[in-house]
Design a protein around this ligand. Structure first.
Ligand SMILES: [Zn+2]
Length: 170
């Protein structure tokens, strides 16, 4: 059991989302409070992120360019992310690179994402509204092998675009 910092109720551990960065591996707010927060602030977060990016376009571009020069993994990471995105959009062959990277077929991947859809993202709805989140972030990898092992379907979960941005901005 764990007490939610927001509603102060004692709840089962399953009522908290996972957070690999915290000591007990769980978020400080319960799922209900988390959901309430993201619904309330959805538009605000979206606008904030959009604003920040357009105000800092040069900085963002420069950062991306430098990152790819300094860190050879950055480029692989970017291509793995787009491959993972595409894997949720359309089927791929068992002989494809996508299959090797993800580890399962498109159908099995979607079934997996549904089974770990803790925040009730509409997986069949607008694809631009959700992202495939790497539960253990790709940024924690030091080698190409580690990167590849983090791209396996077992490390993937669906998150709304907002939650995903929040996670990567933490
Ligand atoms: Zn709560």
């Amino acid at each position: 059991m764990k007490v939610c910092i927001k509603c102060k109720k004692e709840k089962d551990k399953n009522d908290f989302h996972k957070n690999s960065r915290s000591k007990d591996g769980l978020q400080i707010k319960c799922k209900d409070c988390f959901k309430e927060y993201s619904l309330k602030n959805r538009e605000q977060i979206r606008l904030y992120n959009k604003n920040w990016r357009s105000k800092n376009r040069d900085r963002v571009n420069l950062y991306r360019r430098n990152r790819s020069k300094e860190n050879p993994l950055y480029k692989i990471k970017t291509s793995l992310c787009s491959l993972t995105y595409l894997a949720t959009v359309r089927p791929y062959k068992k002989s494809s690179k996508t299959f090797r990277v993800i580890g399962v077929t498109h159908k099995e991947l979607m079934r997996h994402l549904e089974s770990v859809n803790y925040t009730d993202v509409d997986l069949k709805g607008d694809r631009s509204k959700w992202a495939v989140d790497h539960i253990i972030p790709l940024s924690s990898a030091d080698t190409k092998e580690e990167l590849l092992s983090l791209c396996k379907y077992t490390n993937l979960q669906p998150l709304s675009i907002e939650d995903n941005l929040k996670k990567s901005n933490n």
